[in-house]
Design a protein around this ligand. Structure first.
Ligand code: FAD
Length: 450
């Protein structure tokens, strides 16, 4: 088995070079799917928008994810956003001559027990009211949908309208659309801090100088909490490592994404499968993990053995022990010290995924892994993101903590954040996603555990 460097890394050529302009209407921090889509909608609304990325567009989570665009299993308050996102994905795919691999293959979750079936039914009873096309399947229907599958599956849930795309192609392609719409994108340009004047956002201080702007959107993924902490705002966001393995090309076993409690897979455009284990997550423990522990108690208690703890994050990670928590704007920040967060995949897990896939589809024969990678997922205590204005920093909007499902929802989140930053029509109830929910005494409501 060989481990190739991930396709988007510091070695990737810069597509969007600086220098950045000295003034804009809105600055967007972070060139993942959320920042890119926000910049796109702002540019289309006629705003002078600058998108600043410390490394490469989609270098972090936004190219490392599984590529699932799924409504299935989403929080009730996100379902309508996913309906919107699916529509925007289709529109955007038609606006680029790059094949982003957008495919409606559906999502299927398999159940091994009646308990799991009951959890799916409960979710479906809530989601059906919002017009999703999900349906419960019995064991025979699973075998019909996924011929040759082995395993003691008692049934499952299936959503035919769910889609997928190839993230490492899709997000750079969306950046291309944003740039053509007028967004100024600059890679290799870290934002060190906000420029505050008279208690209000007046712009950002970057490693390449100051940019004046009365509105800033922070879409910094795993780095958002560190950025906000330096500005005096607490956000209980942590990062977890998730490993993905890519097989060599294999015959088609199913057109969509399929997951059970041990294995998730989906076909890729190159004929192979991406394999992962949705419930295998690893957390490097650092100061933020200790600080945020009270916020995460509900999540930990709901699945006490769900997280594998690792004692130290590698040097330069957002929650590494040695990472500075505060700095001044004229000092180099932790953001320029780590251009692209590129964690090592868990090699043991990669081997295990191949074995599990072979066991699920023995007729395929030995499964060869051609590459593997990992990403740091930015997660929140209740597994839903923050999309809000930051009251303590007037002029700042934050969109972060997408907790492992920001790729699919990204285009809708971008439209919403652009509206929030410009006083436009948000079109959804954002109460569930407010920043203050972790400090205003609200009870913790976990997103669905399916
Ligand atoms: C292995 C894995 C599987 C996943 N599977 C799925 C899936 O199937 N479906 C799905 O919907 N989601 C999935 N996700 C989650 C999804 O990838 C993320 O929710 C989404 O990409 C988050 O986008 P983002 O723009 O918020 O963050 P990111 O993509 O992490 O982008 C944030 C960017 O901000 C930049 N940045 C940070 N701070 C600064 C600064 N100060 N200055 C300049 N730039 C800065 C970073 O360099 C980074 O590029 C998965 C994630 C992983 C890791």
């Amino acid at each position: 088995m060989t481990y190739v460097p991930f396709p988007i890394s510091e070695a990737t050529a810069i597509t969007f070079a600086g220098p950045p302009p000295s003034e804009a209407d809105v600055v967007v921090i972070g060139g993942g799917v959320i920042g890119v889509c926000t910049a796109l909608f702002l540019a289309e609304a006629g705003k002078r928008v600058v998108l600043l990325e410390k490394g490469r567009i989609a270098g972090e989570q936004s190219s490392r994810n599984w590529g699932w665009i799924r409504q299935q299993g989403r929080d009730p308050d996100e379902i309508a956003m996913l309906t919107e996102a699916k529509k925007i994905w289709r529109d955007l795919a038609a606006r680029t001559n790059v094949d982003i691999g957008l495919t409606q293959g559906g999502t299927t979750y398999l159940a091994h027990s009646e308990d799991e079936m009951e959890r799916y039914r409960t979710w479906l009873s809530i989601a059906q009211g919002q017009g999703v096309d999900s349906q419960m399947l019995n064991a025979a229907q699973i075998s019909e949908l996924i011929p040759n599958i082995q395993g003691a599956h008692v049934g499952g849930i299936h959503t035919p309208s769910d889609m997928r795309a190839e993230p490492w192609v899709a997000v750079p392609a969306l950046a291309g659309i944003a740039a053509r719409a007028g967004a100024k994108i600059v890679e290799n340009c870290a934002v060190r801090s906000l420029d505050m004047v008279a208690g209000r956002v007046a712009g950002v201080v970057t490693e390449a100088g100051t940019i004046k702007a009365s509105e800033v959107v922070l879409a910094g993924g795993a780095w958002s909490s560190l950025f906000l902490r330096n500005m005096g705002v607490a956000l209980p966001q942590l990062s977890i490592r998730a490993t993905v393995a890519a097989t060599q090309p294999l015959p088609v076993v199913q057109m969509g994404g399929v997951a059970d409690k041990n294995l998730a897979f989906r076909p890729r455009a190159d004929g192979g499968y991406s394999l992962a284990a949705g419930r295998f997550i690893e957390m490097f423990v650092g100061p933020d993990a200790f600080r945020s522990l009270p916020n995460y108690m509900s999540q930990l208690l709901s699945d006490p053995f769900g997280v594998r703890f690792k004692p130290f994050a590698p040097k330069g990670y957002p929650d590494a022990w040695g990472t500075p928590r505060s700095w001044s704007p004229d000092q180099a920040s932790p953001f320029e010290a780590m251009r692209v967060l590129n964690p090592e995949p868990n090699k043991k897990k990669v081997a295990d995924l191949a074995v599990r896939f072979e066991a699920m589809f023995p007729h395929l024969g030995p499964v060869q892994i051609k590459s593997a990678w990992a990403g740091m997922i930015d997660t929140m205590p209740d597994i839903v993101p923050v999309m809000d204005r930051v009251a303590a920093l007037p002029g700042l909007t934050v969109g972060t903590g997408f907790s492992g499902h920001g790729f699919g929802i990204g285009p809708a989140a971008g439209r919403i954040l652009a509206a929030l930053a410009t006083g436009g029509e948000v079109g959804h109830d954002l109460n569930r996603f407010r920043l203050g929910r972790f400090s205003d005494g609200s009870a913790m409501r976990l997103g669905p555990a399916i």
